[in-house]
Ligand binder design. Structure first.
Ligand code: GDP
Length: 423
């Protein structure tokens, strides 16, 4: 079985929690894009963990975890993440973690450039996580980045570093007027944080091809959601990489392998970090209450998230772009406090109502059309069967299924591993 687990919204749908839950059905979990701008929160019997770079299967001993060539890896951050797991008694061995030799290294100057540009933009900033993700993907496509496999030949890497730092200083020093970068400092950073990771670095394309041929099951884990995809999302307020399931086999390093199933992770309401159009946004008391109820603060940055009701045009589009075969509806329990649950059913653009999602300036002008559906006003966090849910909660699930045209297979009713309903 080859499955992609992807977000259908703006990210933070609870992918980490669902991958951790579903991982026991798979031999291998692969992260296929993005870097440590992601923040997956996983709570299980071993404790609470925030994973930025490591695949969410890392907390299961029997699962092999792969960081694919589509990823950008800040090796200093990864070293810290592995260290924090070690402190909690979880040792990461090369049998348990494999890093693609084709994955790109996110250098300290990528982070620096991210910060310099966000600072320069001031109030017009993109709301970047400032972790260097856009600059490093830009360098990848400029063919001026370093790959994990380059660490095996430090002499060749040192030679290339000279030219790359000269080029980088055209922007860092001459453009932004920041202190000049040096090849030496960047080489010693790579030696300090990269060389100890080499045990994990291998040709993961070969590893995964063999694994699939041997009948092993593989799960691809996405970062962020459909609306943050570089091509199909709310550009330019997107991530710099491809968040969609169709890209999963490429980013994982096995483009010749076809997906059997795509599970779309969809939140029972909406949340969005950073700037950009977010039509369904709720403000004032309504927004504050939902933010508090859902604990909507960024796992990677701690920033308060913008929140809104379930957004039908955006979620329907997200499920379509992802090619979702089924939905895992998360955070249903958060809605339990509502008498009437707000749902954004349509957008109104220049006085015309539509249930279609759109991009560009039309989306900037879109206003939400809200409807209110009956709430259930009961704690549902201990429900484990669909029939256990109050009637109005069951109706809410069916309402969403109808609206987006896709079956709900899982309902998450709490952050703990076992707090879910399988349909
Ligand atoms: P991800 O990036 O998609 O993995 O999502 P995040 O980890 O950023 O955000 C999801 C947050 O919601 C985490 O704090 C989870 O522990 C929590 N969570 C996930 N599913 C549920 C749920 O069904 N109910 C509640 N109350 N919290 C959940």
């Amino acid at each position: 079985m080859i499955t992609a687990v992807v977000g259908t919204n703006w990210g933070d749908e609870g992918k980490g929690r669902m991958v951790d839950l579903l991982a026991n059905k798979y031999d291998v979990v692969v992260r296929y894009q993005g870097g440590n701008n992601a923040g997956h929160t996983v709570i299980n019997d071993r404790g609470e963990f925030i994973l930025n770079l490591l695949p969410s299967g890392i907390l299961r001993d029997e699962t092999v975890n792969v960081m694919g060539p589509g990823m950008v890896i800040d090796i200093e951050h990864l070293t810290g993440e592995i260290g924090r797991l070690r402190e909690k008694g979880i040792e990461i061995t090369p049998d348990h973690l494999k890093i693609s030799d084709r994955a790109i290294i996110c250098m300290p100057y990528h982070k620096l450039l991210d910060c310099l540009e966000e600072d320069r933009l001031g109030k017009n900033s993109y709301g970047s996580t400032r972790r260097g993700i856009s600059p490093v993907y830009s360098d990848k496509y400029m063919k001026k980045a370093f790959r994990m496999g380059d660490l095996f030949d430090m002499n060749a890497l040192k030679e290339r570093m000279e030219g790359i730092i000269e080029w980088k200083n055209l922007t860092v020093k001459n453009g932004y007027g920041s202190e000049a970068l040096t090849p030496e400092a960047n080489i010693s950073w790579l030696e300090k944080f990269g060389l100890p990771l080499l045990n994990y670095v291998c040709d993961t394309t070969e590893y995964l091809t063999d694994a699939v041929n041997a009948g092993k099951s593989v799960m691809f884990e996405a970062q962020l959601g459909a609306l943050r995809d570089i091509d199909f999302g709310i550009y330019p307020f997107t991530s710099a990489s491809s968040t969609i399931s169709a890209y999963a086999p490429i980013g994982a390093g096995i483009p010749h392998i076809k997906l059997d199933e795509t599970i779309g992770i969809m939140k029972a309401y909406s949340s969005c970090v950073g700037a950009g159009p977010f039509t369904c946004e709720l403000f004032g008391k309504e927004g504050d209450e939902l933010r508090e109820a859902g604990g909507e603060y960024g796992a990677a940055t701690g920033r308060p998230r913008r929140v809104g009701g379930f957004d039908i045009p955006a979620s329907k589009y997200g499920a379509m772009i992802q090619g979702a075969d089924c939905i895992a509806l998360t955070k249903m329990d958060v809605l339990s406090y509502f008498d009437k649950i707000p749902v954004c059913t349509k957008y109104s653009v220049d006085g015309v109502e539509t249930d279609k999602f759109m991009v560009g300036s039309k989306l900037d002008r879109a206003k939400p059309v809200y409807e209110y559906v009956d709430g259930w006003k009961t704690d549902i966090s201990s429900c484990r069967n669909f029939e256990d849910l109050p009637e109005n909660a069951q109706k809410y699930v069916k309402y969403i299924e109808n609206a987006i045209g896709c079956k709900v297979k899982y309902i998450s009713v709490g952050p703990d591993r076992d707090a879910y309903i399988e349909m």
